[in-house]
Design a binder for this molecule. Structure first.
Ligand code: ACM
Ligand code: ZN
Length: 763
């Protein structure tokens, strides 16, 4: 080969490799609306200057300068426009043709230009650069100033409300911890921090008019949630309750904490410098125990504490209640400049209102239908007061129940109240989607995995353009019953908030889970550098139950190269001193496998699975078999399949398959399928059910799959060892409103998973 040709070929190959290298290095989350990578890079050096021509960009220019050169290098930011020479500068340029939060970023080998209409857009352009910077950047490492890959980006958010909610009542986070949390939010272009400041378990905001609320209401002896955490902490240190959150009061060690108004004003300022609005929530008239305990005259009968389901709420029919609420809200309004105040409104135990003469006479006098309308009347009075303070009312979706004004904003959380979002937008109310099943990130990662968070589409397909205008955005919630410290908060938040951020910001047409997941794993070194104890991708291959007749094999798939898995077979908690998984493990006795993965400083939750040795179950020999399975239909609202109790009026029919059939799309009913399944060979059978709401599958009277309860589409499986022949099978299913699905699949010995077919069902 001609030497020159060979040289050209090598050069070409190097260029292509380096371009791909660059692509891999770029792991922007959320992915920008438009991005074009080009070859080359902008090398930052000691002479690089940052220009900003407007006051709006000064703050972000300072942030960028500190990122690139360290805080001490003040002289790098120059007010003005770069000259014609066009080299070695970064220019914050004000333009008119972008949305408020949008920005353009052009990185060329000669210079970098950031364009925006004002401060917010400039801030987000800098956050994008923050993710483009290599990790080695530290103020002290001037010799290795970073380079930025050449590219052009034009970017703007899909939704205006990109929120996270932090419950600081159940467990407390310090001001410094919340500030760090705010820093995380800014990196992913999240812009709303909803602070759940008060609840039954603790009052966390200083109210000068009612000092008892924090003097006493911010402190408690251990409750059941604390005890749960302490129990879990025996095997998992991320459940430890920090000593800093205790105080000795009258000789007792009390848990708690609160924020003074000055501290909260400082927090508001800190957040606002990062383009984040803090929305305060004072949950009322329910979830108000922290106040009612101290001021019992707030409740209907001065009863405080816990009622049958929730705590005793404030009485909405006493003038003194309104006086209290208004005094509290006046101080809240003075601390938080946000346009909204969240008044909760969820889970009110109206039993005490039913028994209260004042409440009942109020219902009569005002011509209200019931206690829900009484709550709605309370909301309206509070809303009118908030308006007088220049604030808008925000509440959980229960506020739709007794009727709404047009101005209130609804935060939808109850997947099991699927009509609420429609009711809200059709009534002209703004709406924020925060569904429990997808966005309550206080749920374990295994229950609400990354993919489920990512793939949730917040705009219902049947929303009209007009409806969609009311959809402000999305929010994930961290309820803190089981989040007793900041490390646990990190573990619950990462990487799932990255999924929420992409839904909140990126056009839905650009979302792609495979691509997102690659960017998430590319981000792990950055999360390491930020000292975030994030949730590791789960190890695959351990089922809840593995049934075997002779021997079984534990065969794990470990998702990361730098991840190690340790396991035990004797029920003890795995540590790095336990057995290291290096190859498939043969198991020949009944045992519980417990495993935990480790990667650097990070470790996962403990996963466990039972291995059960079974003898093959004998078949039965039914007579007069016919094809199809008997299906019994029962009308009603059932919490679980245990509540099904068909009588002679229930509709019985023979059907070919185990599915919802003609009831598809209907709400509130149950189905029981009864018959026989024919299995062709001896061995272990796995049955898999996907259902919304619950279902169970029994062979004979052995429960094989328990997928019961009221829930969204969820998959569960179970195994059983069967001898070839006919076995009695029962499948129960219930539909409790909202989504509906019932699918039964089977995995026969040595075969892959497939739907249960009509020709193996009999009655
Ligand atoms: C809620 O989860 N109770 C709003
Ligand atoms: Zn009352």
């Amino acid at each position: 080969m001609n030497k020159l040709y060979y040289f050209a070929l090598c050069l070409c190959a190097i260029m292509i490799m380096s371009f791909h290298g660059q692509c891999q290095k770029i792991a922007l989350i959320p992915v920008p609306a438009k991005m074009q990578l080009t070859e080359g890079e902008f090398q930052i050096n000691k002479s690089t200057r940052i220009y900003c021509s407007t006051n709006d960009s000064k703050h972000s220019a300072g942030v960028l300068s500190a990122l690139l050169f360290g805080k001490a290098e003040k002289g790098k930011v120059i007010s003005g426009v770069p000259g014609n020479a066009g080299k070695n500068y970064i220019f914050f340029k004000e333009v008119k043709d972008l949305p408020t939060e949008g920005y353009r970023l052009s990185i060329k080998s000669q210079n970098v230009v950031l364009e925006a209409t004002g401060s917010v857009g400039f801030f987000y352009a800098v956050q994008t650069i923050r993710q483009l910077l290599p990790l080695r950047v530290k103020a002290s490492e001037k010799a290795t100033l970073p380079s930025l890959p050449n590219l052009t980006i034009e970017d703007y958010p899909r939704f205006a409300w990109r929120g996270l909610m932090l419950d600081v009542s159940r467990h407390f986070q310090t001001l410094e911890e919340i500030k760090t949390f705010i820093d995380y939010m800014a990196l992913y272009k999240l812009n709303t921090l909803h602070l759940h400041l008060t609840d039954d378990q603790g009052w966390r905001v200083e109210i000068k008019k009612y000092p008892l609320l924090t003097e006493k209401g911010a402190w408690r002896e251990h409750n059941t949630q604390d005890n749960d955490c302490l129990n879990r902490a025996k095997e998992d240190p991320t459940y430890t309750i920090p000593e800093k959150n205790y105080k000795m009061i009258a000789g007792k060690k009390m848990y708690g904490g609160y924020y003074t108004q000055d501290q909260l004003r400082d927090l508001v300022r800190y957040a606002s410098e990062r383009c984040i609005t803090i929305i305060p929530e004072v949950d009322m008239p329910g979830h108000f125990k922290a106040a009612v305990d101290l001021y019992p005259e707030l409740s209907c009968t001065k009863e405080a504490g816990w009622g049958s389901l929730f705590s005793f709420p404030a009485c909405p029919s006493k003038e003194t209640t309104y006086e209290f609420m208004k005094n509290v809200l006046t101080e809240i309004a003075s601390i938080f400049p946000a346009p909204y105040i969240h008044i909760g409104g969820d889970e009110v135990n109206v039993d005490s209102w039913k028994k209260c003469p004042l409440c009942q006479s109020s219902i009569q006098k005002k011509g209200l239908k019931d206690e829900h309308e009484l709550q709605s009347d309370f909301n309206r009075q509070i809303e009118a007061f908030l308006h007088s303070k220049g604030k808008k009312l925000l509440g959980w979706d229960e506020i739709t129940e007794g009727g709404l004004t047009k101005e209130a904003t609804v935060m939808w959380w109850r997947n099991w109240a699927p009509k609420a979002p429609y009711q809200a937008v059709k009534n002209g109310n703004d709406l924020i989607m925060s569904p429990d099943f997808q966005y309550y990130l206080s749920a374990e990662n295994l229950e609400t995995p990354l993919r489920k968070v990512y793939e949730y589409e917040p705009c219902p397909a049947d929303f009209t353009t007009e409806d969609a205008k009311h959809l402000l955005g999305v929010q994930a919630c961290f309820w803190s019953e089981q989040i007793p410290n900041f490390t646990r908060l990190q573990f619950q938040a990462f990487p799932r908030i990255m999924a929420l951020a992409e839904t909140a910001w990126t056009p839905s047409s650009l979302k792609n889970y495979t691509d997102f997941y690659a960017r998430v794993t590319n981000s792990f070194p950055r999360l390491d550098a930020m000292k975030i104890h994030f949730h590791l991708p789960p190890v695959e291959g351990l089922k809840d139950l593995t049934v075997f007749t002779d021997k079984a094999t534990l065969n794990l798939r470990i998702p990361l190269q730098d991840m190690k898995v340790y396991y035990t077979l004797d029920g003890t908690a795995p540590t790095q001193n336990s057995s290291l998984y290096t190859h498939p493990v043969v198991i020949d006795h009944a045992c519980k496998v417990r495993m935990r993965s480790y990667r650097g400083e990070n470790f996962s939750e403990i996963r466990e699975g039972n291995f059960e040795k079974q003898a093959l179950r004998e078949p039965v020999n039914p007579v007069n078999l016919q094809s199809g399975i008997k299906r019994t239909f029962q009308n009603g609202r059932f919490e679980s399949t245990r509540d099904l109790n068909p009588d002679q009026n229930s509709d019985v029919k023979v059907v070919q398959n185990i599915e919802t059939g003609e009831y598809s799309g209907r709400e509130f009913y149950g189905l029981i399928f009864n018959g026989f399944i024919k299995v062709e060979k001896d061995g272990v059978y796995e049955f898999i059910s996907t259902s919304d709401d619950g279902n169970v599958l029994l062979i004979g009277d052995t429960m094989v799959v328990n997928n019961d309860g009221s829930h969204a589409a969820s998959e569960r499986s179970g195994m059983i060892a069967l001898k070839a022949g006919y076995h009695p099978i029962t499948v129960k299913y219930h539909q409790r409103g909202g989504g509906y699905e019932l699918k039964i699949e089977v995995c026969a010995p040595g075969e892959s998973r497939r739907p249960l077919s009509a020709d193996e069902l009999f009655h």
